[in-house]
Design a protein around this ligand. Structure first.
Ligand SMILES: C[C@@](CO)(OP(=O)(O)O)[C@H](O)COP(=O)(O)OP(=O)(O)OC[C@H]1O[C@@H](n2ccc(N)nc2=O)[C@H](O)[C@@H]1O
Ligand SMILES: Nc1ncnc2c1ncn2[C@@H]1O[C@H](COP(=O)(O)OP(=O)(O)O)[C@@H](O)[C@H]1O
Length: 316
């Protein structure tokens, strides 16, 4: 006969200490824009992608990604929330193709682990907008999983994995201000005291950022194809700007309106259609917003600070 003996409080404490602690890692990852974007020739070894020389700048509109461990063998889950989900809200959107989930799979493969992780994404970055929202979510997922699994991998290793997923993703891991070369994946961080950062600031890439966003999205490959056919505008520091405006003329209208209202710089963000305007003063910011509203030049207006960086927070 066996007699069940209730564990002592010390035994319970010892058992609890042996259990893996269930933590949630939350990462707020900012959007990106390109202060300059020079597009060169395509390269077969990069899957037909173009050579780039760009200055990335992370902009303080944040998506939030959380990661929590699931029971072994149960696989991943993904929950998406937010008022502006774009094509992610469509019933045909496959969550296994979501950039954050692809990042989870890539981390699991590199770590030799199963992807038993519950992910949630709260989207605030407009989707398909040239603001790198999918890349931000992938980068956030990588940073969260690195912490959840106690990997503590160096950023260079995370960047190498991110580069297998997309051109913008290595930058989004760290944000701030950086030069991107190769197909956009080779990152050199730019310190705020670097002469290049000061030069950009003196050229008007300073002050508050006002983003004009749209209900409609642009496809990045389509914008690059249009650029291949028509080239860049003569004075454009974003070589994709003319292509994006040809596909989405309201972006051009928003740039003109912002410059007339006192923006020190206004341009299409990456492949568009969003427009980013730098406002040197509070009065200029208000003029830009009023002008966009009056002229119906944007569907959604967001104010933000730049450069921004990802924020990681761990809770038990
Ligand atoms: C244009 C930029 C500017 O930062 O971003 P968005 O403004 O769209 O966010 C980037 O070059 C996009 O980055 P990302 O969206 O991560 O690109 P990827 O997933 O690697 O590639 C998507 C597609 O864009 C085109 N592409 C991308 C990068 C590159 N250097 N040359 C290209 O031609 C290719 O058609 C490719 O199939
Ligand atoms: N987590 C995600 N957030 C945004 N878009 C995503 C995500 N995962 C996949 N996508 C897809 O990536 C495409 C590009 O979206 P996004 O990264 O926001 O734009 P862009 O490449 O213009 O910066 C969209 O059509 C969207 O369906």
């Amino acid at each position: 006969m066996t007699t069940a003996i209730a564990p002592t409080i010390e035994q319970l404490h010892a058992e609890y200490a042996m259990q893996p602690q269930s933590i949630t890692v939350r990462v707020d990852c900012p959007a990106k824009t390109n202060l300059t974007l020079a597009v060169g020739p395509t390269h077969a070894e990069w899957g037909g992608r173009h050579a780039l020389d760009t200055i990335y700048c992370a902009v303080g509109v944040y998506d939030t990604v959380t990661a929590t461990a699931k029971a072994p063998g149960t696989g991943f889950s993904l929950e998406l929330e937010g008022a502006h989900l774009g094509d992610l809200a469509s019933s045909s959107s496959d969550m296994r193709r979501n950039h954050a989930v692809l990042a989870l799979f890539a981390m699991a493969e590199a770590a030799g682990r199963e992807p038993d992780v519950a992910l949630t994404i709260t989207k605030r970055i407009p989707v398909g907008a040239g603001l790198g929202g999918g890349s931000a979510d992938a980068a956030a997922a990588m940073l969260a999983i690195d912490r959840l699994w106690n990997l503590n991998w160096p950023i260079a290793k995370l960047r190498t994995i991110a580069a297998t997923l997309g051109a913008d993703m290595p930058f989004c891991l760290t944000g701030g201000l950086a030069r991107g070369t190769g197909f956009g994946e080779q990152i050199e961080d730019i310190d705020p005291t670097d002469p290049l950062a000061l030069e950009l600031s003196s050229q008007g890439f300073a002050g508050e950022v006002i983003i004009g966003a749209y209900q409609s999205q642009l496809s990045t490959p389509e914008v690059y194809h249009t650029f291949d056919a028509m080239g860049a505008g003569a004075a454009d520091r974003n070589h994709l700007q003319a292509a994006a405006i040809s596909l989405h003329p309201r972006s051009g209208k928003a740039i003109t309106a912002a410059l007339e209202a006192g923006a020190s710089q206004a341009f299409v963000s990456g492949s568009g259609p969003s427009v980013v305007a730098f406002a040197p003063t509070e009065a200029a910011a208000q003029h830009i917003i009023d002008s966009w509203v009056l002229q119906d030049a944007a569907d959604r207006i967001i104010r933000a600070k730049a450069p921004a960086t990802p924020v990681i927070c761990v809770t038990q």
